[in-house]
Design a protein around this ligand. Structure first.
Ligand code: ATP
Ligand code: MG
Length: 186
């Protein structure tokens, strides 16, 4: 995939398919350690240890329409080709955590791409799911928690309301500029 934000979209779709109602996406960039970590955490149906082992193999899927599941293997490959790794911890009935670590200086690093657009799209298409998005670059960090937005706008306004989405997009843009120090736009 040309952008890691597209892989994130894929991995979050798994959380949605697993009936997750709270999905947390954390991006942490550390220039000193030369790492970019992406963690996707859900409270969905979870997997058995056997399934966790299997999903990292591109021939495993519980889909019935198509034999091969590629979301996790592709994300893992993108991490490993930079000298990083991917691990999954999961518990049936509790949820799943997918953690991928990349080495951004590696020549095979895939750019993060437009992660804010991915987050915005996920919120707009799934207004009943709660998303928590944390993005940090070195010591600068910000969080968007749709539960807090819901509290402000009230229960009668849906998050896919155009005015609410405009506010969310503006917030993501503004916070992104702050953590990038205005100097970089990936
Ligand atoms: N967060 C999750 N919670 C529960 N099960 C999961 C989760 N993520 C993945 N799985 C299980 O792992 C399988 C493989 O996931 P993967 O994303 O690699 O492929 P897929 O979703 O089946 O197909 P594709 O992503 O290629 O459309 C899924 O079919 C599902 O059974
Ligand atoms: Mg998938």
């Amino acid at each position: 995939m040309r952008e890691l934000s597209l892989n994130v979209m894929d991995i979050v779709q798994n959380s949605i398919s697993a009936n997750g109602t709270i999905i947390k996406i954390t991006i942490a960039e550390n220039s000193v350690e030369d790492t970019l970590s992406i963690v996707i955490e859900d409270n969905g149906r979870g997997m058995t240890p056997e399934q966790v082992n299997h999903v990292q193999d591109p021939f495993f899927t519980t889909r019935t329409t198509r034999r091969v599941g590629l979301g996790i293997p592709l994300f893992k490959m993108a991490a490993e080709q930079t000298g990083g790794y991917l691990n999954i911890t999961s518990q049936v009935g509790v949820g799943t955590v997918v953690n991928a670590v990349f080495k951004p200086s590696n020549i095979d690093m895939t750019p993060l791409g437009d992660i804010n657009q991915t987050i915005s799209l996920l919120i707009r298409c799934n207004p009943t799911i709660d998303f928590v998005f944390c993005h940090s670059i070195d010591h600068k960090t910000f969080t968007l928690d749709t539960r807090e937005i819901k509290e402000i706008v009230g229960s009668e306004v849906s998050l896919d309301n155009p005015d609410v989405m405009e506010w969310i997009n503006g917030y993501l843009l503004e916070q992104n500029e702050l953590i990038n120090g205005g100097a970089r736009n990936l």
